[in-house]
Design a protein around this ligand. Structure first.
Ligand code: THU
Length: 134
């Protein structure tokens, strides 16, 4: 899968962002090992804490459809800063992905940087399992 195709899917998912409070539109595109893409956008709430990020929307759509293996995610925001996944989303990624999972962080102008999940969340919490980073 070409990175550019995943980025295009993330940008298109921004179109469904519901973000009237922050006006920060986020889109994510999650690639499965089988080559399928699940997209997600951020969905905000007047009560703030129920707000869900674009990355988690994409993950929960995929998981609830029975997907288990993921290779990459692209995430883009609506400004020219490279959009990094928040800590909660990194923890969700670590539940379903290993340290080699690719995280492609994109800015509105198309600039992007690629990281591994291991770089973004070393020493992650895993219940009942020895931490693989120790
Ligand atoms: N947001 C995401 O969708 N993903 C992130 O990783 C960071 C933050 C959203 C949540 C909220 O709707 C808006 O960006 C501002 O924080």
């Amino acid at each position: 899968m070409e990175i550019q195709k995943l980025i295009t899917a993330a940008v298109s998912a921004q179109g469904n962002s519901y973000s009237p409070y922050s006006n920060f539109r986020v889109g994510a595109a999650l690639l499965t090992a089988g080559g399928k893409i699940y997209t997600g956008s951020n969905i905000e709430n007047a009560s703030f804490s129920p707000t869900v990020c674009a990355e988690r929307t994409a993950f929960f759509k995929a998981i609830s459809e029975g997907e288990k293996d993921f290779t990459a995610i692209a995430v883009t925001g609506s400004d020219n800063k490279i959009c990094m996944p928040c800590g909660v989303c990194r923890q969700v990624m670590s539940e379903f992905c290993d340290a080699n999972f690719r995280v492609i962080c994109v800015a509105k102008n198309g600039e992007y940087k690629e990281y591994t999940l291991g770089e973004l969340l070393p020493f992650s919490f895993k219940l009942g399992e020895k931490n693989e980073n120790v």
